[in-house]
Design a protein around this ligand. Structure first.
Ligand code: PMP
Length: 365
């Protein structure tokens, strides 16, 4: 079986497995218990991980808050901003193609009185700037647009969107989960106020992620009690998960150019091969900047059942969250794809462990 669902999750790098198991065995202290050596060792691992992550993302050390993943971080940012600002600025704007971990909390904010505008995208998945500029007003508290889309890989111009949001006094959130490890991500250069990402999408363990919050901004916690993470995220830190996350990031930072070239080659080789063999094949987002490795494909009018025919390839029909529901991807629907084709598409997302030989097998399926 060839694993080609790396946008759903990735296998851990060997150095991550080693670091996590060493940590589980040797570094079991509670980082808040700094009055003895076991606690100080855990605190040191946490500090090192924070330095690695903040250097990778180009943030200050005190702008990184470890969480259980991107879902938690995104929920906290959205509810945290809403709680503080909704009474003065009741408008929230997001791209229609955001992940459910953004769309659902925003939808829930409606109960607290929010007015929500979802901004459309063009047929390539790029945000419609005219719509965004029309929607932006001085009652907007938050704009949420992801850097790369997890289904298509399409990369949006976050710098420009952040600048527009700031012109209207709104805060900017960018979900960087699907971009990390595929393209360099400099949070300061993106200009966003908040960001979120996840370890298991970049060859680290599951259950670990982070929230980026620009220095000086305040949001309320989702969890109360332990005062960890500068009181922004209570609960004993998941040291093995955080060590695994930072080990993955340290390795990626060293090999970023090599990984990028490898993923690029896999993506272009696969697409060149299948485009010749499958008449009418559509590669979603192909005309836009895309993350390497991601191939989201449809053949308009084809009978349903691509996925069941792929016997030796583990791929998915879109986001891992909607996979198996039989419903068309909301991302493809927003891009104007016909509902029957949106429900009959396949995402082949290649990762560091895939080879050119894998691509030959996938293309032959
Ligand atoms: N955002 C994006 C773009 C994602 O792809 C995912 C994972 N499907 C998430 C957020 C949620 O991440 P996590 O699994 O860490 O909660």
């Amino acid at each position: 079986m060839i694993y080609a669902d790396n946008n759903a999750t990735t296998a851990c790098l060997p150095e991550v497995v080693e670091a996590v198991s060493n940590c589980l065995r040797d570094n079991y202290g509670n980082p808040s218990s700094r009055h003895y050596i076991e606690g100080r060792n855990a605190a040191a691992a946490l500090d090192t991980a924070r330095q690695t992550l903040s250097s990778f993302l180009n943030t200050e050390l005190d702008e990184i808050f470890f969480t259980s993943g991107a879902t938690e971080a995104l929920n906290q940012i959205i509810f945290g901003v809403a709680e503080r600002l909704l009474s003065k600025r009741p408008h929230i704007i997001a791209a229609a193609t955001e992940h459910p971990a953004v769309l659902e909390p925003i939808e829930r904010c409606k109960r607290a009185g929010a007015r929500v505008t979802l901004i459309g995208v063009d047929k390539n998945g790029l945000i419609n700037f005219d719509e965004l500029e029309q929607a932006l007003d001085d009652s907007c508290c938050l704009v949420a647009v992801m850097l790369a889309n997890n289904e298509t890989g399409v990369i949006n111009d976050i710098q420009r969107i952040s600048a527009l949001a700031h012109q209207h006094g709104a805060l900017m959130l960018s979900d960087i989960t699907a971009a990390l490890g595929k393209i360099p991500v400099d949070v300061k250069a993106l200009g966003c106020d908040f960001a979120a990402c996840s370890s298991h999408k970049i060859y680290g363990p599951k259950g670990s992620g982070l929230l980026y919050k620009k220095r000086g901004l305040a949001i309320d916690p989702l969890f109360y009690g332990g005062h960890q993470e500068q009181q922004v995220r209570s609960g004993t830190e998941n040291i093995p998960g955080i060590v695994g996350f930072s080990t993955a990031v340290a390795s990626i930072q060293k090999n970023q150019a090599k990984h990028h070239d490898h993923l690029n080659k896999l993506q272009s080789t696969l697409e060149e091969k299948i485009i010749k063999d499958i008449p009418g094949l559509v590669i979603h987002g192909a005309a836009a900047p895309r993350t390497p490795g991601c191939n989201f494909l449809s053949v308009p009018g084809l009978q349903r059942g691509w996925l069941t025919q792929l016997k030796s390839v583990a791929a998915s029909s879109g986001s891992s969250c909607s996979s198996g529901t039989g419903e068309g991807s909301h991302v493809l629907l927003a891009m104007g794809v016909a509902p029957q084709d949106a429900a009959n598409s396949i995402r082949v997302s290649l990762g560091y462990f895939n080879t050119i030989e894998d691509v030959d097998v996938i293309a032959a399926e």
